[in-house]
Design a protein around this ligand. Structure first.
Ligand code: CU
Length: 425
């Protein structure tokens, strides 16, 4: 495990470049929508953040229209290739946190606290540190970290992981809404602590950790690879307000990046290690790696899934964390800065809602290609080390004790054409 965490850290290592490359403004192509109307979509992100936010909304609207039209009705014969039973009546709509009413936000965090109060399904003989149903997800992620990041399964695995978490909130804790997501582009503009997600109010996901002054830089990488170094955030200590102020993190750390450089671990992270939830909100990372321009570029530039998923996770050696690392490191803290244990911060699921939404929009731009076999690239091991077979539509995704049943990647390539049935607003 020590070796494994070392590999994880090396991969995101490289030099921090100071500016985004200036994208060229290209003429927008005209796209025919499923209902026959036409629209023009951006082909490159604007460096003007306000314009890029509009572009992102335009792309999301396009995806919504496309999926809605494909679910319209069966009488036209337009959707004969559809596999699942998802229809407009059963369709769930996942929304951005800030668009939920205060009551809806509270219902979500209450359900998360409920999950944290329920008994774990994972036997303590296998994972001694699990103390709650919430921990089932954390331990599954710790156990599978090296086979679900920089692999062919990354996107599909996290889609299923987040979906089952949402299902558990609904089916085991009486939540009637759907999984909300974190719009990184919005918080990059407002600042994390001013956003409704992280303002520390009763209707937030709790806020920052207590401020720890003079914390050194966070350094990701090293050991022969160039490093990404960025300043610690505006917190660092225990979360002091909001719904999760009394929350206990039970598992980990495995590979937690700490101020001043380096990482700390508690062995394999599976033993019982109760401690407070820490956050270190870092606007710099949010603004540098997950602003609107970056998100739009991620959606419109990559033409194949290999480029898309590598850009999203940060191509090793380029100095980029991608929006995936950007979200994780902008929440910071413990377990936020730990690749293995990160689902131990409830904010993880809003972040991965956003990851999944980005994939969903990208897939919808060329649905046929990007939801089939051509929409998969990679193997079952971290950067194919050690070498393993290619991920295919038949590859099994198994979430262990979190939730069953095991499914194939085929079932997860669409959020509406298989067993899943949701879109994003
Ligand atoms: Cu993960």
């Amino acid at each position: 495990m020590r070796f494994a965490s070392h590999v994880v850290l090396c991969v995101v290592a490289s030099t921090l470049s100071t500016a985004l490359p200036a994208p060229q403004e290209e003429p927008s192509p005209t796209v025919t929508l499923a209902d026959g109307a036409t629209t023009t979509l951006p082909t490159a992100a604007s460096t003007d953040i306000a314009v890029a936010i509009d572009q992102l909304e335009q792309l999301a609207n396009f995806a919504q229209d496309e999926v809605n039209a494909s679910l319209e009705d069966t009488t036209t014969g337009k959707r004969m290739q559809k596999r699942g039973t998802c229809n407009r009546k059963t369709l769930a709509v996942r929304r951005e946190w800030g668009s939920l009413s205060p009551k809806e936000r509270k219902a979500y965090t209450t359900a998360v606290l409920c999950l944290q109060s329920k008994q774990a399904k994972t036997p303590t003989s296998l994972v001694p540190g699990v103390r709650s149903r919430f921990d089932d997800w954390v331990s599954t992620h710790i156990n599978q970290t090296m086979t679900i990041h920089y692999t062919g399964t990354f996107l599909a695995w996290h889609r299923y992981f987040t979906w089952h978490y949402e299902q558990a909130l609904r089916n085991e804790c009486g939540y009637t809404g759907y999984q909300p997501y974190w719009d990184w582009a919005k918080t990059a503009q407002t600042g994390l602590e001013k956003s409704p997600i992280l303002d520390g109010s009763d209707t937030s996901m709790s806020g920052n950790g207590e401020f720890i002054p003079d914390a050194g830089n966070i350094v990701v990488g090293g050991d022969g690879l160039s490093e990404i170094s960025f300043p610690a955030g505006s917190g660092g200590g225990c979360v002091t307000s909001g719904p999760f102020k009394n929350m206990t993190v039970n598992l980990g750390p495995v590979s937690e990046s700490v101020p001043g450089g380096g990482t700390i671990s508690n062995g394999d992270g599976l033993s019982y290690n109760p401690r407070c939830l820490k956050r270190d909100l870092t606007d710099f990372v949010n603004q540098r790696f997950a602003n609107a321009t970056g998100v739009v570029d991620l959606i419109v530039k990559p033409q194949d899934v290999e480029t898309f998923q590598m850009t999203m996770q940060g191509v090793p050696g380029t100095g980029e964390l991608g929006v995936h690392g950007g979200g994780h490191y902008s929440m910071g803290g413990d377990p936020g800065r730990d690749f293995f244990v990160s689902p131990g911060d409830p904010l993880f699921y809003l972040h991965h809602g956003a990851i999944d939404r980005t994939w969903w929009i990208w897939q919808t731009l060329d649905k046929k290609t990007r939801s089939g076999a051509e929409g998969i690239s990679g193997t079952g091991t971290f950067l194919n080390n050690p070498a393993s077979p290619n991920t295919t539509l038949d590859t099994i995704i198994d979430l262990g004790f979190s939730a069953g049943p095991a499914v194939t990647v085929r079932d997860l390539m669409s959020t509406t054409d298989g067993p899943l049935c949701y879109i994003y607003q």
